[in-house]
Design a protein around this ligand. Structure first.
Ligand code: ADP
Ligand code: ADP
Ligand code: ZN
Length: 226
């Protein structure tokens, strides 16, 4: 059974944090457009350089570029059981392209989990976000600090602050979200697959709510007999 899930929400809502745990607890693959761009940039590819010029300004990378990258990524064998989309789609055009591509392979989006978080909390979360250079784990200096400052609990890697997480760029990314991505809430609501989750609650609470919302779509292994 294939299950495809979209994590929708503003920058800083907790999509990446939740997607990583969900991927560990299910057979689904975590596909994050922002992570793919940052990886391309580290590798010094043309795609990475192009994406950087938009990311630095807090603008969206052009639809065609993102769509091609994601549709290619989900052809990989690790996506056969299904995908958790994180940061994609961000525009109506991206949503339509994803829906059409999945339909062409007899697939669909099963559920959209929308994380709602008030603006002032988002800015603090973004400003305090620290990411591990080695394993990508995410921390927060205000809400969720690593045990040793600047060092990843999971792997001992170095933590860094994303250059687009400065206050000024973060504020602009929120504006871009309201203008270009918010309409997707209604788009998926109309399809009857939107689940709103209070993203302001604790990380573990949010995770349980997500698993509950997905329980009908996920194959769960039977309880072992006594
Ligand atoms: P997104 O991928 O939606 O931009 P992240 O998962 O990177 O968001 O989270 C943004 C920041 O907020 C990170 O520093 C993360 O540690 C922190 N964070 C995520 N979820 C919560 C939560 N439920 N409560 C407090 N802080 C959180
Ligand atoms: P966040 O976790 O804070 O929401 P992401 O890592 O998802 O941020 O995205 C960082 C940047 O990468 C965005 O500001 C944008 O420039 C670019 N990007 C990521 N996903 C998309 C997308 N689906 N469409 C266009 N641009 C994107
Ligand atoms: Zn790490």
């Amino acid at each position: 059974m294939t299950t495809n899930v979209i994590l929708l929400g503003p920058p800083g809502a907790g999509k990446g944090t939740q997607a990583k745990t969900l991927a560990e607890r299910t057979s689904l693959s975590h596909v994050a457009s922002g992570d793919l761009f940052r990886a391309a940039l580290r590798e010094g590819t043309e795609l990475g350089m192009l994406a950087k010029s938009y990311m630095d300004r807090g603008e969206l990378v052009p639809d065609e570029v993102v769509i091609n990258m994601i549709l290619e990524r989900i052809q990989a064998p690790d996506c056969l059981a299904g995908v958790i989309f994180d940061g994609f789609p961000r525009t109506r055009e991206q949503a339509v392209a994803l829906g059409e591509s999945l339909a062409a392979h007899d697939g669909k989006i099963d559920a959209v989990l929308y994380l709602s978080v008030p603006n002032e909390v988002l800015l603090r979360r973004i400003a305090g976000r620290q990411t591990c250079k080695t394993c990508g784990a995410t921390y927060n200096i205000y809400y969720f600090p690593s045990h040793r400052p600047g060092i990843c609990d999971a792997c001992g890697g170095k933590l860094y602050q994303r250059s687009d997480d400065s206050m000024e760029t973060a504020q602009h990314r929120l504006d871009v979200y309201f203008e270009q991505t918010m309409p997707l809430i209604e788009y998926y609501q109309r399809q009857g697959i939107l689940h709103e989750i209070d993203g302001q609650r604790e990380i573990t609470w949010v995770n349980e709510e997500m698993l509950k919302a997905l329980s009908q779509y996920l194959v769960t292994s039977p309880q072992p007999e006594e």
